[in-house]
Design a binder for this molecule. Structure first.
Ligand code: PLP
Length: 211
């Protein structure tokens, strides 16, 4: 096989289908949120950047920056490896305790990204539950779909935010361990899940929820 040609053709197809992704080269300016410098192919440009999860610019808050500098000075940078190799990083343990407290939960686990947390969380849970059935909202994020696929568990997709359809599926599978998977605020369309109703159904039919 001519591997170079194979991968070259694959890249060519991405370009032809206009699916080749180019990510903007951005440099945020601390203290001037949401302004940033875009290192564009035509040179530097000042831009306003709203497409970030750091909605309030807290990553630039002097106290946050100060705490990071102080910690890095004290403990050095980098984790030194995964938890398997280098053990738990004390700062992350503290962050997890803080997050658990914020959400009123017993514990929290920090992942490297939202994508990985969904993929790993869902596949791990579903694999553990014997004879598990997954009921998944039609507009769930790709990371959740990949988690479901990776679990190898049987799944049925219910119509987006349609609690009547969800109940129909729950009723059709009585007594079976079931995991209902949905979002709260849907990231692509911005609409909100009827979470209270979904949780009521989960309780009534003995299902577990993953939000
Ligand atoms: C519901 C949902 N899950 C997962 C992700 C992926 O998160 P991350 O970008 O941190 O990987 C997103 C990102 O928009 C999301 O909206």
């Amino acid at each position: 096989m001519d591997y170079n040609k194979f991968f070259g053709d694959a890249l060519g197809r991405l370009h032809d289908e206009r699916r080749y992704r180019v990510f903007a080269d951005l440099e945020r300016i601390a203290g001037r949120f949401p302004h940033a410098i875009w290192h564009s192919p035509k040179g530097e440009r000042n831009v306003v950047m709203w497409c970030s999860n750091d909605y309030l610019g807290m990553g630039q808050h002097p106290k946050v920056v100060g705490a990071m500098v102080e910690t890095a000075t004290r403990t050095g940078t980098g984790a030194g490896g995964t938890r398997n190799i280098a053990g738990n990083n004390h700062s992350l343990i503290q962050l997890e305790q803080e997050l658990a407290d914020l959400h009123g939960k017993e514990a929290a686990l920090v992942f490297t990204s939202g994508y990985v947390s969904n993929q790993t969380g869902i596949s791990t849970l579903a694999k553990l539950i014997p004879n598990c059935l997954i009921l998944s909202d039609a507009l769930n994020h790709n990371s959740m779909i990949e988690g479901i696929r990776q679990s190898g568990t049987e799944y049925i997709v219910f119509r987006h935010n349609d609690v009547a359809h969800l109940e129909e599926l729950l009723r059709a599978n009585p007594g079976r361990p079931t995991l209902i998977i949905c979002e709260s605020l849907y990231s692509m369309d911005g609409d909100v899940a009827p979470l209270a109703k979904i949780c009521d159904l989960a309780e009534r039919y003995g299902a577990m929820t993953y939000v």
